[in-house]
Unconditional design. Structure first.
Length: 247
């Protein structure tokens, strides 16, 4: 029951943290809101217009003080919670006999994605652009791989979980393709659409990791004991010895 709080905490930090950073960036004039569509122009020469540097990408809204501090804190929190969720989910998979290969691949993919999120949050795009972009690419790519492996697990105890994750993969992959394809464009309106799709992808990932609250509700200390080496062989030995001792 307690373990299900981690996915919920991930959702709270991701949602509230992300949109708070967005609001602070708008308040400080560092980005222009999505609603000001007409203000985005390629050559900004008047006070009321917005150039490419003010397009509200996730990276851009957290690039400057004071919102950069909250952006880094939210990214660190999400990365830490992703690691915890991945470990708990892996232990849950061991207990419920999920396919070992997919379970391990999902664990590794989420660990790498968490490292990407941490890098993205602490290497601001205006200071260390290369490392920031690497962090973004690693986070999106490996989080997608982790979601794919989890969607392919056929042994979910909760019937609604697997279709939801398959639907997530079907939605997030084309959204990321559109986001990347528009990100390299020149026209500001296309870049604004790219930023919108990036926020949509972030929202989908938040929903995806929140869904693990359903499974992790059943996690107990006995589930975590599955992570100890040799625990399965020890239990097998005990199951053999128990009838002998009773006879």
């Amino acid at each position: 029951m307690i373990a299900s709080a981690f996915p919920l905490a991930f959702a709270i930090i991701s949602f509230i943290g992300g949109w708070t950073v967005y609001g602070l960036a708008i308040r400080d004039g560092h980005v222009c809101p999505f609603t000001d569509w007409a203000r985005f122009v390629e050559n900004c020469s008047t006070p009321g217009c917005c150039d490419k540097d003010k397009i509200p990408f996730v990276s851009t809204v957290g690039a400057r003080p004071t919102e950069s501090s909250l952006f880094s804190a939210a990214a660190s929190g999400c990365a830490f919670l992703m690691v915890i969720i991945s470990i708990l989910r892996y232990a849950y998979g061991l207990e419920n006999r999920y396919p070992d290969f997919m379970n391990k691949c999902s664990l590794v993919a989420d660990f790498i994605a968490a490292a990407g999120i941490f890098t993205m949050g602490h290497c601001q795009v205006i200071n260390i652009m290369v490392m920031h972009i690497i962090g973004v690419v690693v986070a999106f790519v490996f989080a997608s791989f982790g979601a794919f492996f989890q969607a392919m697990v056929p042994a979910h105890r909760f019937a609604a979980v697997r279709p939801f994750r398959i639907l997530f993969c079907c939605l997030v992959i084309p959204i990321e393709i559109i986001y990347v394809s528009l990100y390299v464009q020149v026209k500001p309106n296309l870049l604004v659409i790219s930023a919108l799709f990036e926020w949509m992808a972030l929202g989908l990932y938040t929903m995806y990791y929140t869904s693990f609250a359903v499974e992790l509700y059943d996690v107990t200390p006995r589930t975590l004991a599955r992570l100890l080496p040799g625990i399965d062989s020890f239990r097998d030995d005990m199951s053999v010895l128990t009838p002998t001792q009773g006879s």
